[in-house]
Write a protein that binds this ligand. Sequence first.
Ligand code: FAD
Ligand code: 2HG
Ligand code: ZN
Length: 464
Amino acid sequence: MSVAAALSALLGDRCSTDPESMAGYLEDERGLYKGSAACLVFPESTAEVAAVVRLCAEHRCAVVPQGGNTGYCGGATPAGEDQVLLNLSRMTRIRALDPVGMTVTAEAGVILANLHQAVEAEELFFPLSMGSEGSCQLGGNLATNAGGLAVLKYGMAGELVLGLEVVLPDGSVLNTLKPLRKDNTGYHLQQLFLGAEGTLGVITAAVLKLFPRPTEFQTAWLAVRDISAACELLPLARRSSGDCVTSFEYISGNSLALLGRHVDGLRPPLAGEHHVLLELSGALPPESLRPQLEKLLEQALETGLASDAVVAESLDQRQGLWALRENIPEAEKRAGRSIKHDVSVPIADIPAYCEAAPQRLAALEPLRLSVYGHIGDGNLHYNVLAPEGADPVAFKAEKGEAISRVVHDLAADMGGSFSAEHGIGQLKTGELARHSDPATLELMHTLKAAIDPAGRMNPGKLLD
Ligand code: FAD
Ligand code: 2HG
Ligand code: ZN
């Protein structure tokens, strides 16, 4: 019996081999990879995931876990008829919510925005937030250790985890699902699966830290003098607000120009080449943060760090400012294929990075830059587009690798990372091998071999 037949017997019509219904799941978000698989399965419980994994092992088949399929590195795209695509979107239960300890136990397939809603109903808050939150799933967020828009205050996805349930490559289940803030009982094994991109097991549920729901948001858009002014503004904002800065995003004039051209109805509130979108928030008495924001803006304008600023006066205006930031990836998509980067350097070195990068790229001109990102976390999306009028696909094929090498190597030279928040997937395995020190890489291979000796969990991803 084939693996697909065995899985059909187990799951009925939640196992598909129909090319038409599988098609959307076999291509990645950015259209970089078109894959294939023996079948696509939608288990509904941890026991079913374990049974699928065991059946795959019996048939010597690989398992590719998939969440919302919004990942940027092709990590959830299977690559062959000897692979089974295991989609978690039917595992959406909130298993427990503890309003005293402020924790939630949720299954891997819950969509991030739905998780937000579920906990908000209890006046609680799960801070992980990103432009893809309407589609990405908790399991994918944890498997990629996603970052997003509130890392500065709350940390990456992995930092929000207290416990995990994971189906291991042999079908056994690792369970650390305890809602405990403190539990020093040996190796913190769950950490291995956060950022492992499905190469060590399938995450089926997690216990997450929650926070009191913020009662006040103060959101401002500033036209700043340059990127170094943006970086100077960050510690001022953190100090003057009692460390209530939850988001601190940089947006270049080039990125806004793309937005204006490709996405209807989105116009930046201020002119200029360099912008900051900052947000203060907290669970505080009403209007606690407004005076602090006003003082900060005054200081920024008086010292010349900023030339102008606007403050959101309503929820609509706040959402309008965020829409500008969050639609830049969509604008780039519509402009044609871009060469995306996700680098990080120490925050104080961001101005030097932005000065050196165009010099190093000069030999590869002409090109267009679209630079933006989470500078409060030292994380820039230093994206490169084909010059006006050129074919973006041909440009990327001809120059993409050389451009990425320059952008990544500069980050590495400055003690930074070539992949701050998007992970490795199948796109950056070569870069991981190139940039990791030998001892780190060897230990990664040793761990992979120990946990998945047959190499059946998401092969070809993360480690080549
Ligand atoms: P998928 O794409 O389905 O999978 C990603 C990886 O995780 C794959 O390797 C897959 O095998 C593995 N995986 C998925 N589910 C599981 C599971 N249950 N167990 C084990 N492995 C699993 N990312 C950021 O970090 N910050 C951002 O600000 C951000 N913004 C984005 C904005 C847009 C518009 C888009 C399209 C993407 C953005 N992303 C961002 C990238 C992406 O949304 C994140 O990486 C997200 O965490 C992926 O979740 P997913 O459920 O879509 O995972
Ligand atoms: C963001 O910060 C995402 O908007 C996507 O990480 C970045 O599309 C990109 O380059
Ligand atoms: Zn990002």
